[in-house]
Design a protein around this ligand. Sequence first.
Ligand code: 5RP
Length: 222
Amino acid sequence: MTQDELKALVGQAALKYVVPGEIVGVGTGSTVNKFIDALATMKDQIKGAVSSSEASTVRLKALGIPVFDSNEVESLSVYIDGADEIDHQGHMVKGGGAALTREKIVAAQSKQFVCIADESKLVDALGAFPLPVEVIPMATARVMRQFAAMGGRAVVRMKDGQALVTDNGQHIVDVKGLKITDPVAFETEVSQWPGVVTVGVFAWQKAQVCLLGTSQGVKTLN
Ligand code: 5RP
């Protein structure tokens, strides 16, 4: 099976976590796009979605799924999103699609995080994927120096020759070379640096369930 087919497989499998009559939290990325396509087949059974990015909002609306502002919704039963890496405890690195801040917000208002990923995303320890961090532009150089002091190599993410601007009007730095041995402690520390909007380690809001697409079918890790 191709990676695309594995993504479609887990996108479809995630439907069983969607609670009929409710609003579902929807993440961002190519795997989530497969989930959104599958969700459209049961759109008459749900109230709608809270979306974690402008890109997912556009896709949801195009398929006729109503999108609610997160402020209108107190809590969600489930949030479904992909990951760039996930370890065996459900800690993740996210933000490859630059949507990490809104992803963390929607995850925080959800009772259950269901991660959907192809098997290439499962790792023993986080850190091989360059860690995305959303930063306020005036703090970029300082945050990059702080990562260098911990042995990381940070670069500003670019798009069309300019620093990429997130849905929140901020920038992203991607950090290579980090060893994230204690994801909770790492997330806690970096989140406190001035100018860091969101660090792409999801340890406080880890996944309770991971639907992993493998050539043998969908494996459920929890
Ligand atoms: C976006 C994310 C995505 O969930 C992550 O990058 C995985 O994306 P894909 O499903 O395309 O591999 O965190 O900010």
